[in-house]
Design a protein around this ligand. Structure first.
Ligand SMILES: [Zn+2]
Ligand SMILES: [Zn+2]
Ligand SMILES: [Zn+2]
Length: 138
């Protein structure tokens, strides 16, 4: 069984070639992917709607999480920690490289806790650091 097929099974998702291909892309990427990256990385017989639904399902299941991008778009990245149905547990920093344009999860870098004034309930915290990444710094 492939890694992607096993992941689908672990998360109780029915195996389809589309799902497996999308998951393979994320497993191989090492950085966050935009919808277009996913679309371009797949064989052309997958339409936009199916890809959108697949990403939606993976988000809901806790397989991938949303990564905010500075250009207002959304990217997606694999969840490394254990995220369950509808509950994502991570507060790691994302890094956007202005040279290669890739956004990476810095899984080991935690967002410092931010104290909010009374009456504000935190749901999600996003921290995007921009600069030059490790790969481009070589
Ligand atoms: Zn997650
Ligand atoms: Zn870079
Ligand atoms: Zn991330």
């Amino acid at each position: 069984m492939t890694v992607a097929a096993k992941l689908l099974k672990d998360f109780g998702l029915r195996h389809t070639t589309g799902r497996e291909e999308v998951l393979d892309l994320f497993l191989g990427a090492g950085h966050a992917l935009a919808h277009n990256d996913v679309e371009n990385g797949l064989s052309p017989d997958h339409d936009r709607v199916t890809i959108y639904r697949t990403l939606r399902t993976f988000l809901d299941k806790g397989i991938i999480h949303r990564v905010l991008d500075d250009e207002g778009g959304t990217k997606y990245a694999l969840c490394r920690e254990t995220c369950a149905d509808g509950h994502h547990h991570h507060d790691h920093v994302h890094f956007k490289c202005e040279n290669c344009g890739q956004t990476t999860c810095l899984d080991d870098v935690q967002i410092p806790s931010v104290a909010l004034p009374d009456g504000y309930n935190r749901k999600e915290t996003n921290l995007l650091i921009q600069g030059v990444c490790q790969g481009c710094n070589k």
